[in-house]
Design a protein around this ligand. Structure first.
Ligand code: SF4
Ligand code: SF4
Length: 160
């Protein structure tokens, strides 16, 4: 089955990747930025034990989850970008903490007819594709939900 393959490394290489989105409920929706945010907290974030991003947030909008990942509660976030500045690893690009958060419904019910429009319009060539894909540690490809896969070098903690 084909999935949306999002290359986080390529998206990180550009300050403001742009792609069209067919999410119905919000005109101007920026679905790839939402996907990027989810992926970056899972795969790019170093999962700091005493997370500077969480501590910097004035609205308690960031919370560490039991598995160590950080989640942003979008209804509390005021888009002040303090977390982005506090992260010592640059894991939170400022555009991924917008005031109005976009959504991605993974084009469920639409991508059996046609490839998602983001895969055809992304400003970074090859950053978003709609392809047959397998999970592969060797190729840095991991599934993220039913219809999405990401390519990223996941950060792993070194235990001496
Ligand atoms: S941008 Fe949002 S999540 Fe980040 S510090 Fe500000 S309020 Fe918190
Ligand atoms: S400060 Fe950066 S690397 Fe550390 S938990 Fe927060 S987002 Fe992740």
């Amino acid at each position: 089955m084909k999935k949306l393959l999002v290359d986080l490394e390529k998206l990180y290489s550009c300050e403001k990747p742009v792609a069209e989105c067919s999410y119905y409920y919000r005109p101007g929706n920026d679905g790839i930025t939402r996907l990027r945010e989810i992926g970056q907290f899972i795969y790019i974030c170093r999962k700091c034990e005493d997370a500077p991003c969480v501590n910097a947030c004035p609205k308690e909008a960031l919370e560490k989850q039991p598995d160590g990942t950080v989640k942003r509660y979008t209804m509390r976030c005021i888009s002040c970008k303090s977390c982005s500045h506090a992260c010592p690893f640059g894991a939170i690009p400022i555009e991924t903490v917008p005031y109005i958060t976009s959504q991605c419904d993974e084009c469920i019910d639409r991508c059996d007819k046609d490839a998602p429009i983001c895969s055809k319009t992304c400003s970074i060539e090859g950053a978003v594709k709609f392809v047959e894909v397998e999970e592969s540690e060797k190729d840095d490809i991991y599934f993220m939900g039913k219809n999405v896969a990401v390519r990223a070098k996941p950060w792993k903690k070194y235990h001496p």
